[in-house]
Design a protein around this ligand. Structure first.
Ligand SMILES: [Zn+2]
Ligand SMILES: [Zn+2]
Length: 375
């Protein structure tokens, strides 16, 4: 079928909305009519060619929600008409990583994801001239419709508007998982969050839900510090000043856990300086390929840890329904991180806002009727 989609032809050129061909779902695949999609900093990294060669032409978009239109043979957990969130690591449940309880590191999903292909190693997307298009993070949801692997859709409870549910499959899973599964934030802990965009704001919310006593939000944009306070930050610190000194003064020597949600060596270094002996830095931000991070190695002697995380380091397919339930109960304010809404033609402008470090999440409303009422 012919659909409209946001295509990156090559890095450095703006994303363009084009008519592309989408093939029907094959075995173990699902066709979804997209309702809404969030614009994430990983889309910027891909659009800027910062994740390595060979990743274009591509249909971007990996955080979204929609309604199932058709399923291929072998799909049993969803049926046409079901409301779903996308999950961009469709775990195979059979490989070494999956069997070890680490489905976020599923090996075939990782290999095909980097190549922009579905789990069978092929694409369902083409330009009208026949050129094969990659599926952005196996999801490609800046599009009217998409075909994903069966593990790439997770059923949603009734009641949550799809424009809000759209955020669950990247920003919310990544942030809440970083807090719970990696930072292991406990009641009474002190936490710092470097970078208060769409993901950082959910890290703040996750720290609040975990019972952190002190949550210091750090950003260079005052408006984002205000958004962070609304999500539960107890303090806001200007990243352009002396954030490490301020955090150490506020917490009597440093926080228990610092989350870096920017993806830059400079902020990783700041986060390292902001933790106390025995503390942990969790790097959530996606750095460009080829960039090194440095910390003073002697400080490993004070039991400091520098930890990585991918996609919440848990089981997204299991966690997304729980996170949706938290949102329905009013414990997670998904709408509160959304600062802009747009349509497919506004993707490039939303990427530019992220490049400038402005705003929280932009949500692309692909189908206003399915997406539900927006602010
Ligand atoms: Zn993302
Ligand atoms: Zn696997």
């Amino acid at each position: 079928m012919r659909i409209r989609a946001a295509v990156l032809r090559e890095p450095g050129r703006p994303v363009t909305v084009e008519e592309v061909e989408l093939d029907p779902p094959q075995a173990n695949e699902v066709l979804v009519r997209v309702a809404a999609a969030g614009v994430c900093h990983s889309d910027v990294r891909l659009a800027d060619g910062a994740l390595g060669e060979g990743r274009w032409p591509i249909v971007l978009g990996h955080e979204g929600a929609g309604v199932v239109e058709a399923v291929g043979p072998g799909v049993e957990h969803v049926a046409p008409g079901d409301r779903v969130a996308f999950c961009f690591v469709p775990a195979c449940r059979e490989c070494r990583a999956c069997r070890a309880g680490r489905p976020n590191l599923c090996e075939p999903a990782a290999a095909n994801g980097v190549r922009g292909l579905l789990m069978d190693g092929t694409s369902r997307l083409r330009l009208p001239d026949g050129t094969v298009l990659q599926h952005g993070l196996m999801t490609a949801c800046f599009a009217e419709r998409t075909v994903v692997a069966k593990g790439g859709v997770v059923p949603l409870p009734d009641g949550l508007p799809l424009w809000q549910a759209a955020l669950l499959g990247c920003g919310v899973v990544t942030a809440l998982g970083a807090v719970r599964n990696v930072g292991r934030v406990q009641a009474g802990d002190s936490v710092a969050v470097f970078g208060c965009g769409g993901v950082g704001l959910h890290v703040v919310a996750g720290a609040r839900l975990a019972g952190a006593a002190t949550i210091v939000a750090v950003d260079r944009v005052a408006a984002k510090l205000e958004l962070a306070r609304a999500q539960g930050a107890t303090h806001g610190v200007d990243a352009g000043g002396r954030p490490v000194g301020e955090i150490r003064a506020l917490t009597g020597g440093g926080v228990d856990v610092a989350f870096e949600v920017v993806g830059r060596p400079e902020t990783i270094r700041l986060a390292w300086g902001a933790i106390r002996p025995g503390g942990t830095v969790v790097v959530v931000g996606l750095a460009p390929k080829g960039v090194d991070a440095c910390v003073p190695a002697i400080e490993f002697l004070s039991d400091k840890s520098l930890r990585g995380t991918y996609y919440g380091s848990g089981d997204a397919a299991r966690d997304i329904p729980d996170l949706a339930a938290l949102a329905l109960a009013g414990d997670l304010d998904l709408a509160g991180v959304v600062t802009h809404t747009t349509n497919l033609d506004g993707v490039e402008e939303a990427l530019d806002r992220l490049r400038r470090g402005e705003g929280g999440r932009t949500v692309v409303i692909v189908d206003p009727e399915l997406a539900g009422g927006t602010p």
